[in-house]
Design a protein around this ligand. Structure first.
Ligand SMILES: [Cu+2]
Ligand SMILES: [Zn+2]
Length: 178
């Protein structure tokens, strides 16, 4: 380590101690990724994407891009089981460690696994970055999403129908992995 890198590292450690916020400063903060692959639920199916999960002091930032979509809204959720088999039906229902009911992202009492719906433009691409306070990346936490599935649906989520918003077939799926 040369003098310069030592000075930079030292400054980061001091700032970290001063703010008690090392987790938000890029030092040891947890991350995970989900590489969305098309299922056989529709044919042809060009849906694919990449999503990153970054631990915040409270919650997780979920950001990325999904392409190959039809224009408009598509249901988007974290599902309970990390299994994309059987056209992602093996991923089970929405991640729901607190015993909620299906609803809109951020609504009181909704599933922890609700995410804002994807909105694709005419180019078929949806880009997003959202801070999700209902989930974590912490080992042993009841709301840890590592090892669970991220699922894109063909249709829009009505945020009302139980148990999953009537958003149709599961067209892309990934297991969230470190
Ligand atoms: Cu879903
Ligand atoms: Zn739900």
């Amino acid at each position: 380590m040369n003098k310069h890198t030592f000075a930079v590292a030292g400054a980061a450690v001091l700032a970290c101690a001063a703010l008690s916020a090392c987790g938000s400063m890029g030092m040891g903060r947890a991350t995970a990724t989900a590489n969305l692959a098309p299922t056989g639920a529709i044919n042809p199916n060009p849906t694919a994407g990449k999503v990153t999960f970054t631990a915040l002091d409270h919650g997780v930032r979920v950001a990325g891009e999904v392409r190959g979509l039809t224009a408009g809204e598509h249901g988007f959720h974290i599902h309970e089981k990390g299994d994309c088999g059987d056209n992602a039906n093996a991923s089970g229902g929405h991640f729901n460690p607190a015993g909620g009911t299906h609803g809109k992202f951020g609504a009181a009492g909704s599933h922890a696994g609700e995410l804002p719906s994807l909105v694709a433009g005419a180019d078929g691409v949806a880009r997003f970055s959202v801070d999700v306070h209902s989930i974590s990346l912490a080992d042993g936490a009841a709301n840890n999403v590592v090892g669970r599935a991220l699922v894109v649906h063909r249709d829009r989520d009505d945020y009302t129908s139980q148990p999953a918003g009537n958003s149709g077939p599961r067209i892309a799926c990934a297991v969230i992995a470190r």
